[in-house]
Ligand binder design. Structure first.
Ligand code: NAD
Ligand code: ZN
Length: 357
């Protein structure tokens, strides 16, 4: 038995208004004449948050275009531009949803590792630490703030740069930054966390470490999405901690069927992570009966539309592609269905499932 010896985030600060402490945190990390780079979700372009970023001197604010989920080509182009402009930088500070956090992690690594980020899609391929990196989430749910991966779409695969050098050196969790995020987006990203919990807690890889975090995160999701009629500050506080705990839960177990299937959708159709998981989870009664029942209640109570019929009209070749991507996620299937998963999740059965979406 090999136990996972996993690298965690270096420092964590939590609290409403903690964003105001950012400069104090960054000051000792500033290297002589090298700038801090703030990689900020493009949603905030004209928003107040940008005025509160402690940029000074040669520091630069770059707005991350997250219209599509991060691509290796985008990571490479940001890193190349920074090297050309500054040679080296003091650090990369990612401020945004899961996409921006992943971009920040990847750009930090590519400031010091040669070649393309596509060369490092996989497990433990990154050879040297990147530059200092901090993550500041503005949406809650993905757990990207605590994970050791950065999900990237590359020329041949959608896979993260999983490594001990990937986790942030610092995260800043300020629930005020998630206030006023649109209801639908908040729900889809929040459900990513809910689904992490169900998949972790119902998985065969479960252990007391994952269970402790998973149960807490699940309880917080329930409080936020079922037990309250309206959204308030406390909901933002709770969902931010749910995301953190959900991420810690899967760090020591694995996700399951919804994620494995939704990876196929995202590869072929570009369906985004949060909504893609919801589309799939909506049809997983067979695998997670209680979780799906509760999910449907949350959907109804929040008044959210979950798209249907997204695989209508796809060709055989397209189904094949999705099935290949999905079945490639071996640890996810093994966690969900056990060691004999290949006998259970046949190509035909998976195709039936895709056809239902
Ligand atoms: P996102 O980062 O893709 O952002 C979704 C949308 O919300 C974007 O249009 C963005 O501009 C906007 N947005 C962000 N913050 C906002 C705010 N406060 N108010 C209003 N709009 C805001 O969404 P996400 O669900 O947080 O992240 C999904 C991404 O995270 C995917 O790329 C997925 O692959 C990745 N992910 C990574 C991990 C990991 O462990 N690294 C885990 C799960 C998901
Ligand atoms: Zn997820």
């Amino acid at each position: 038995m090999q136990f996972r010896n996993f690298k965690m985030v270096g420092y964590v600060i939590y609290g409403r208004g903690s964003f105001n402490q950012l400069e104090q945190i960054l000051e000792p990390r500033r290297e002589d004449s090298l700038p801090m780079i703030f990689l900020v979700d493009h949603f905030f372009k004209d928003k107040e948050l940008v005025r509160n970023i402690p940029a000074k001197g040669k520091d630069k604010i770059i707005f991350a275009d997250v219209t599509y989920e991060p691509k290796t080509t985008y990571v490479d182009s940001i890193a190349a531009e920074l090297k050309e402009d500054f040679g080296m930088v003091s650090g990369i500070i990612g401020i945004g949803g899961g996409s921006t956090l992943d971009l920040a992690k990847a750009v930090s690594l590519m400031m010091r590792n040669p070649g393309s980020s596509a060369d490092y899609q996989g497990w433990d391929l990154v050879q040297v630490p990147g530059v200092y990196k901090a993550g500041i989430p503005t949406l809650s749910g993905t757990g990207a703030e605590v994970s050791r991966t950065t999900v990237l779409t590359g020329p041949t695969k959608k896979l993260g740069m999983n490594s001990d050098y990937t986790p942030f050196d610092q995260i800043l969790l300020d629930p005020e930054l998630t206030a006023n995020s649109p209801k639908d987006q908040r729900f889809y990203t929040g459900m990513d966390c809910y689904i992490h919990c169900i998949e972790s807690l119902q998985g065969t890889f479960l252990n007391e470490f994952s269970k402790s975090y998973g149960e807490k995160a699940l309880q917080l999701c329930r409080e936020v999405f079922l037990e309250k009629d309206s959204w308030n500050d406390e909901s933002d506080d709770k969902l931010m901690m749910a995301s953190y705990a959900g991420g810690m839960s899967i760090a020591y177990s694995q996700v399951g069927v919804a994620h494995a299937v939704s990876y196929g959708l995202s590869y072929l159709l570009g369906t985004k992570h949060g909504i893609g998981n919801c589309i799939v989870f909506n049809h997983l009664e067979e695998y997670y009966p209680e979780g799906v029942r509760e999910f449907k209640k949350m959907v109804e109570q929040s008044g959210i539309y979950i798209p249907k019929g997204i695989c209508a009209g796809l060709t055989e070749e397209q189904f094949d592609k999705m099935i290949n991507v999905s079945l490639g996620m071996k640890p996810l299937w093994e966690n969900a269905l056990g060691k004999e998963w290949e006998k259970i999740m046949t190509r035909e059965r998976l195709k039936d499932l895709y056809q239902k979406l």
